[in-house]
Ligand binder design. Structure first.
Ligand code: 2E4
Ligand code: SF4
Length: 333
């Protein structure tokens, strides 16, 4: 007999690493193997401190801009993060004679292409997204200044005054709230019936699936923990989805040590999911921390199974990963 209080953990699936994150981390690990340290990475490869520190320990150096790469290291590779970069970044890398590997998620690149297609067909581009986020900076930076307008909210969609309302096309950031975005698009379509949608959905499969799983699991949860970082757009959206879908309270947590055990309130059902950049090893760490204090039963809340897999850049496909490398790349080490 245990005297610990009973706790049911509803563990969402899919959760954690998506195919784009897996690929981006693999690119840095493969580059380190093939070219040796240091490998520079422009911006956090994905928004997760554990991943960044793990790569630093292997010899990666993170910078925000290419200018930070010392001249004597300009023969070492630089990797662009999964969030994508404005066109000016590869141009600048070429001008500096740098060798770069682009780890932009293929689904972000797809949005870039859709934005360029709108523009080629004479449409002013509306980008729905969050100001200042690196993916938004990257997508806006595919097009000349003044040819993209950023819309963040329904209020922005209401106030927007385009020069040519008949010639508009939209794309979105890949990690937005599915429901909020639908509201913004509905408002834009109501005001501009000619507005052209992208040929394919911009919010990606991983964002959609993680939100759907949280939505299903949230009703009746006393607390919903989302493993993820405060600068991770997709993780923050999961916190909102949990609260809106019926969890009494939801929190973003980066590591088990952050949990404020004395202030969790009455707990009998706990939801757990993880953003696309959060490694599974941290989910395990958090479940272990609860198991030390509660008599835990795990209830899997799985809405779909993902099989997506993205190939890494041609130049590094010949490098082999050890089992330990693979465990790190998959978030299990
Ligand atoms: C690229 C695109 O965009 P977000 O802040 O959610 O990035 P994060 O690094 O947390 O997640 C991976 C990722 C990267 C998601 N979409
Ligand atoms: Fe790509 Fe979607 Fe993952 Fe972002 S969340 S890296 S767009 S698969």
């Amino acid at each position: 007999m245990t005297d610990k209080p009973k706790l049911t953990i509803r563990l969402c699936g899919p959760r954690g690493f998506c195919a784009g994150v897996d690929r981006a981390i693999q690119i840095v690990v493969l580059a380190l193997k093939k070219y040796g340290a240091p490998v520079y990475v422009r911006h956090e490869i994905v928004h997760n401190r554990y991943v960044v520190e793990g790569l630093q320990a292997r010899g990666a150096i993170f910078v925000e801009e290419l200018d930070e790469i010392p001249i004597e290291h300009r023969d070492q590779p630089v990797v662009f993060s999964a969030h994508g970069v404005p066109k000016s970044v590869p141009e600048d890398a070429d001008a500096k004679n740098l060798f770069y590997l682009d780890a932009t998620c293929p689904l972000v690149s797809k949005v870039h292409k859709q934005a360029m297609r709108h523009q080629r067909l004479g449409r002013h581009v509306i980008l729905i997204g969050h100001s200042g986020h690196p993916e938004v900076i990257g997508t806006m930076g595919q097009l000349p200044e003044g040819t993209v307008s950023l819309i963040e909210t329904v209020a922005d969609a209401e106030a927007y005054q385009p020069e040519d309302p008949e010639n508009l096309g939209f794309v979105t950031q890949t990690t937005l709230s599915v429901d909020d975005t639908a509201g913004i698009i509905a408002k834009l379509q109501e005001r501009f019936p000619q507005l052209t949608a992208p040929a394919a959905e911009s919010i990606c499969y991983a964002t959609t699936n993680r939100q759907e799983a949280v939505k299903e699991a949230a009703p009746g949860c006393d607390l919903f923990l989302i493993v993820g970082a405060p600068n991770s757009s997709n993780s923050k959206r999961l916190v909102e989805v949990a609260e809106r879908s019926g969890a009494r309270h939801s929190l973003l947590v980066q590591r088990a040590e952050e949990i404020d055990w004395d202030n969790l309130g009455e707990l009998s059902v706990l939801g757990i999911s993880a953003g696309a950049s959060a490694p599974e090893i941290i989910v395990d760490e958090i479940i272990d921390a609860f198991s030390q204090r509660f008599d835990v039963t795990i209830d899997l809340a799985i809405t779909t199974v993902e099989t997506e897999n993205f190939l890494v850049n041609r130049q590094i496909r010949d490098v082999e990963l050890t089992a330990q490398d693979m465990a790190f790349v998959n978030g299990n080490h």
